[in-house]
Design a protein. Structure first.
Length: 456
């Protein structure tokens, strides 16, 4: 969407070729009007469409250069907003399934050994403010699996971490260079897959912070296990958080509010006995473990329960509640993947080679963040003035269209988001809650069709 003046999109490109730079800007303009993966559906002019295919096939263009262009804008945005002293880097992996496009070269296996699906793994680091506002892509790692390794592989701990797939978590941190932002604190957010000692040790040793959900119940310096240490700790307070219900990429996931009982303990956690000590910096880590358990779950369901590992300083209940709130934003990266796959439909892209596809996925990911950003602005500050998310041209068209069709005044972010979502099929009934990502995405496409007609 043409809202890159509000959040970082792509900054000025530098492909060492003025024609490529000009083409890049033209492609951005076209995809912002109609964000979907099939180039011929986005760019109707056959000459311009062929030029777009040539752009993604050009060896001077790489996914790293596209990310660099985005990072330049993101760094500038963070420098320009002195109030942003901390960012959350939420990491997660999804599968991009290209089984239905067998002509696409370079795809790997997905799923189990018996599964015949083909595609790529995609590991994303989503940059988010501590208020839960998505800003951009920190890193995106795309790879194809040549084989699916079965469980029970012998001597797996003897394999160097750099050769394991789990090295993706380290690469995601290194992929976002913030050396020019010396005062910026980076907080890595990860689910249970991120809970392995080498990774938590790396974060602590490199002066970064983390909030990771516990997977392995490790031994503490006192000789007892983490969960045992917290077992008899009484609830220190309660908090309410909003979470997404379980569901797939293509299903609607309702947001619900739950109450959590909260306790925490500062513990010294020991490295596993069978770990290669030469691969870690510290055999013991001073960490805080926060325990949050759902109170009175609905319909006698299994209560939600989090054990969160952090090296952020926790001195009181307010600090613990802050950590829980940060972790509650982890679902945003799943929503981002939902936009990319169910909205933009990246799995329908028809590019014949993996490197071309990687470039298109990175390119469209930046646009996907802009859609997520608009929905989050509406949740965080719905009464903000509409000009905070729309340009002057967008405001002019939206206000005139709303006045003509419904005589409705558009004054706030919530007014604008609901009206645009209504174009995408959102009914706006009391029971409907806030507009979802996909209805907003569909509405934005129709809105920019209206804009094209207005300025033609």
């Amino acid at each position: 969407m043409p809202i890159q003046n509000q959040i970082p999109g792509f900054s000025q490109s530098n492909f060492c070729d003025k024609r490529l730079d000009k083409r890049f800007l033209k492609i951005i303009e076209e995809f912002q009007k109609n964000p979907q993966a099939i180039l011929s559906h986005v760019i109707q002019n056959s000459h311009q469409c062929k030029a777009a295919y040539r752009f993604f096939n050009n060896h001077q263009i790489s996914k790293d250069k596209l990310l660099k262009s985005h990072h330049n804008g993101l760094i500038h945005f963070l420098k320009s907003n002195d109030g942003i002293g901390e960012i959350l880097e939420i990491q997660d992996t999804t599968k991009c399934d290209f089984t239905d496009h067998p002509k696409t070269a370079g795809m790997g296996k997905l799923g189990s050994k018996k599964d015949n699906r083909k595609g790529m793994e995609c590991h994303t680091s989503l940059i988010v403010t501590t208020d839960g506002l998505a800003l951009g892509i920190g890193s995106m790692d795309l790879w194809s699996r040549n084989e699916i390794k079965g469980n029970g592989q012998k001597n797996i701990r003897k394999i160097p971490i750099e050769e394991k797939e789990s090295f993706k978590w380290f690469k995601a941190i290194d992929g976002f260079d913030t050396k020019n932002l010396s005062n910026l604190q980076r907080i890595i957010i990860g689910d249970r897959e991120a809970d392995f000692y080498e990774f938590t040790d790396f974060i602590c040793a490199t002066d970064k912070k983390m909030v990771i959900r516990l997977r392995w119940d490790r031994k503490t310096e006192d000789g007892i296990m983490i969960k045992e240490a917290l077992k008899n700790t009484k609830a220190m307070g309660f908090t309410k958080v909003k979470i997404k219900s379980k569901g797939g990429i293509k299903t609607a996931r309702e947001e619900r509010e739950i109450e959590l009982a909260v306790s925490y303990s500062n513990l010294t956690v020991c490295a596993p006995k069978n770990i290669d000590k030469s691969t870690i910096h510290n055999e013991k880590l001073k960490l805080t473990i926060i325990h949050a358990r759902e109170v009175n779950p609905e319909n006698n369901e299994e209560p939600l329960e989090w054990y969160l590992i952090t090296n952020v300083e926790v001195n009181d209940l307010d600090d613990a509640l802050k950590i829980i709130r940060w972790y509650s934003y982890r679902w945003l990266v799943e929503e981002f993947h939902k936009i990319l796959k169910a909205g933009i439909k990246i799995e329908e892209a028809r590019l014949s080679e993996k490197p071309r596809l990687e470039k298109l996925i990175v390119f469209l990911s930046v646009i996907a963040v802009q859609i997520l950003w608009m929905t989050r602005v509406n949740r965080i500050d719905p009464e903000a003035p509409v000009e905070s998310i729309l340009s002057e041209d967008e405001m002019e068209v939206l206000l005139k269209h709303a006045q003509k069709k419904t005589q409705k005044k558009i004054n706030t972010v919530d007014d604008a988001v609901r009206y645009i979502a209504n174009l995408g099929g959102f009914k706006g009934r009391k029971s409907d809650g806030n507009p979802g990502l996909l209805t907003l995405w569909r509405g934005l496409i129709k809105f920019y069709d209206i804009m094209d007609g207005y300025f033609t």
